[in-house]
Design a protein around this ligand. Sequence first.
Ligand code: FMN
Length: 359
Amino acid sequence: MTRALFDPITIRGLEVRNRIWIPPMCQYAVDAQDGIPTDWHLMHLGSLARGGAGAVIVEATGVVPEGRISPQDLGLWNDTQRDAFQRVTDLIHSQGAKAGIQLAHAGRKASTGREWGPRTDGNVPAEHGGWQPVGPSPIAFSGLAVPTELTTDGIREVVDAFAAAARRAVDAGFDILEIHGAHGYLLHEFLSPLSNQRADEYGGSLENRSRVLLETVDAVRAEVGQDVPLVVRLSATDWVEGGWDLPQTERLTAWLGEHGTDLISVSTGGNVADARIPVGPGYQLPFATSIKQTTGLPVAAVGMIDNPFQAEQIVALGQADVVLVGRESLRDPNFPIRAAEALRYDLPYKPAQYERAYR
Ligand SMILES: Cc1cc2nc3c(=O)[nH]c(=O)nc-3n(C[C@H](O)[C@H](O)[C@H](O)COP(=O)(O)O)c2cc1C
């Protein structure tokens, strides 16, 4: 029996074996604070690839040191990091999956602690590896430091850093690049009028607030050429009146398509601490479907998609082209194999070593 979920998808010439992809998920596992992937990343990402995912997107990876969320984040601002990532992409490829990476700058939400350990709120102090964050405007995210406003030269440096990191990612063997434009991090901060109150060409109108993201896409595309699939992750809404919203997301998505973006990963929220979000199964799916319908660009849906039948239905009905399974794949890295079993689909890449478990 065929299943939409297990149909390959081709994006800019890259064939991915199915529609279940792993979204970026920070591991805060770089204890050395040097941005270099560790054995943890190898094991974690390798097991997700082995579990049958079509593509595994590596967590938010800082394009500059001050663009990391925490001091324990991955980075791609130097060639030592690039060379270390080759092991990651080789391992993912050895399991038949495609390797993606989310390139990120955390902006005003940078220099925060990992979710466990001695401190979990506020900024990380300098003696523990923290730094002064930057942002579009000197407006703090609740509970965090007031960011230093980026100058236009500072913006140019960020855009260049995305392009340089993209080059390193491709050289390290990544098949898919994702630009993090969501969750209240730097590029989303520029998009939202709640965090961007600049008076220059990067603030004010939707065109101006979108400028830095579009410049980033252009710079990345110019650096890596026309063959590399490019994903942009957006928060489709701030979930707050007067903030970033779906109509703006749809206009931006049309521009992103014109600038060479291949797929939008549709998330929400992250820019406002006390936003009221109606969390529930597939709660972000309607945003993805609307963006797909209004712009024609392929979309990935994410957010509490953790049931094989729900996932199959989303793809079969054309509500999204790809489903991203996050926390459920942490609970069970073999979710795609299990989904195939549930849907009575004979998965050709189920590991032979595990065959007896499914008899
Ligand atoms: C541990 C963890 C780390 C995450 N890190 C990132 C990240 O690095 N970049 C990102 O865009 N989203 C991140 N997210 C959000 C996920 O990619 C995903 O959008 C979210 O978990 C909702 O999907 P789910 O309900 O399938 O988990 C993270 C989520 C979790 C649980």
